[in-house]
Design a protein around this ligand. Structure first.
Ligand SMILES: Nc1ncnc2c1ncn2[C@@H]1O[C@H](COP(=O)(O)OP(=O)(O)OP(=O)(O)O)[C@@H](O)[C@H]1O
Ligand SMILES: [Mg+2]
Length: 255
């Protein structure tokens, strides 16, 4: 089954009575288990695309189908449930709650999804959180306040949080945008790993090194998908070749 199907998606923002057609008849399909990057100039509509296809923002026209359900037909309650339980979100501006530890931030969505209720629920959530933190190399900083960790550690905590409810699909807007090269590499290693374990991923990035690690890259310009390149699953060794191939293609796209 397709994880995500987008047909003739339009999004118009109206600011000071002036309509701004940010997305113009976007069509795309993301298959289950795929890892897709979205690239394009600043202001081309990348974030808007991510927010509309994940139901965080309403659409003006068109059709978005997530795991077989058209999201336009869902009630607000049904949509929030899907967002909470079936989707994970990672943002560049890391929305972590102050005055909570890293651990508490990570398990928060599990409590919102009510899976953390009762002794059994709490134990399960705790085990899952510990496992995720171990995998992402932040097991030792669970009790730290969010101000007491590095940018890379905080972003890895965001990834743990986005995965705590076992989502089918993760949406990430510039997940490495605030990170140095080394942390960006670590975050991408983790995203590639969770993708190999079956999570579908759609991410927005400016960074060719990041996009080169995805299966497919879409190029968006003026609210339209201008082209796409298929790189296939990352096998580890030929990253430089993928980067070269992608750079050449982006140049053709006018990036
Ligand atoms: N909430 C909003 N209300 C009104 N206009 C908006 C809103 N969000 C985005 N826009 C406008 O939509 C257009 C596309 O914005 P968007 O954030 O999707 O671009 P982007 O491709 O993600 O850019 P960047 O690479 O800079 O993040 C811009 O012209 C922006 O001003
Ligand atoms: Mg953006």
């Amino acid at each position: 089954m397709n994880q995500l199907e987008v047909r003739d998606l339009c999004k118009t923002y109206v600011v000071n009575k002036r309509p701004n057609n940010v997305l113009r008849n976007v069509n795309l399909t993301v298959e289950e288990g795929e890892m897709v990057a979205v690239m394009g100039p600043s202001g081309s509509g990348k974030s808007t695309l991510l927010y509309t296809v994940s139901g965080m923002d309403g659409i003006t026209a068109g059709r978005v189908t997530f795991a077989g359900r058209e999201i336009g037909n869902l009630s607000t309650g049904e949509m929030s449930k899907i967002r909470l339980k079936e989707m994970g979100f990672i943002f560049q501006q890391m929305y972590m709650l102050k005055n909570l530890t890293i651990y508490d931030n990570i398990i928060l969505p599990a409590y919102q999804a009510k899976s953390g209720r009762g002794v059994e629920g709490r134990r399960e959530v705790n085990e899952r959180a510990m496992e995720l933190m171990r995998k992402l190399g932040i097991a030792e900083i669970g009790e730290n306040d969010i101000t007491e960790v590095s940018g890379g550690q905080l972003q890895r905590a965001c990834i743990c949080r986005s995965l705590i409810n076992n989502p089918q699909m993760v949406f990430a807007d510039e997940p490495t945008g605030a990170l140095n090269q080394q942390s960006a590499k670590e975050v991408m290693r983790e995203l590639n790993r969770i993708n190999r374990e079956g999570t579908t991923i759609m991410l927005v990035t400016h960074d060719g090194k990041v996009a080169a690690k995805c299966d497919r890259v879409l190029y968006i310009e003026d609210g339209n998908i201008k082209g796409e390149i298929r790189l296939g699953k990352l096998k580890g060794e030929e990253v430089k070749d993928r980067e070269r191939k992608l750079t050449g293609w982006l140049w053709e796209m006018g990036f």
